[in-house]
Design a protein around this ligand. Structure first.
Ligand code: MN3
Length: 207
């Protein structure tokens, strides 16, 4: 079955004032939809793959036929990354959104980074340096949290890592409001992080 775009779990304006409604509308309705359209078109050539979830598809890119591998990597990756990204954010000022982390992830952040401020600094500085388009991620590897970046729409899943938290630093994610000031976007973004969803993904990452 072809992949479909799920509606956002909040209004386009739901992340204001940190992420503006116009950016959310374009990002979700146009950019994410385009990734879905492209991966669906590629899978029409290999319908035996269509039953897989998009995450399963990009976990083993070597198993993807060569004629569609790059399209799946970029657009299947784009679909997977954005599907997680929308759920990792929520309406600022509501319970569990923004502010300090909660639950198991809070304890693990303290253990591995010292405190939340030090973790944010590491995440923001690492992600700010990603050259060109890409993502900043929090993953769990060898019993420790680690901040990594990937270029383009590459997913940590393709490296055998499960993304716990991720921020999109393609310019389409922030340019209308923040222009070239990626660090300002990164700093503001913590106000919309959904810690319940981060904890859910952390539990999955621990297996
Ligand atoms: Mn994006």
């Amino acid at each position: 079955m072809a992949y479909e775009l799920a509606p956002l779990p909040y209004d386009y304006a739901g992340l204001e004032p940190f992420i503006d409604a116009e950016t959310m509308k374009l990002h979700h309705d146009k950019h994410h939809q385009t990734y879905i359209n492209n991966v669906n078109a590629a899978l029409e050539k290999h319908p035996q793959l269509a039953a897989k979830s998009v995450d399963d598809l990009i976990k083993d890119l070597n198993a993807i036929p060569e004629d569609i591998r790059t399209v799946v990597r970029n657009n299947g990756g784009g679909h997977s990354n954005h599907s997680a990204f929308w759920l990792l954010m929520g309406k600022p000022g509501t319970s569990g959104i923004g502010g300090a982390p909660t639950g198991d992830i809070a304890k693990q952040i303290s253990a591995d980074f010292g405190d939340f401020e030090a973790f944010k600094k590491t995440f923001n500085e690492t992600t700010a340096k990603q050259f060109g388009s890409g993502w900043g991620w929090l993953v769990f590897q060898g019993g420790k949290l680690k901040v990594i970046t990937t270029p383009n729409q590459d997913s940590p899943l393709s490296q055998g890592l499960y993304p716990i938290l991720g921020n999109d630093v393609w310019e389409h994610a922030y340019y209308l409001k923040y222009q070239n000031k990626r660090p300002d976007y990164l700093a503001a973004w913590w106000s919309v992080v959904n810690w319940a969803e981060v904890n859910k993904r952390f539990a999955t990452a621990k297996g």
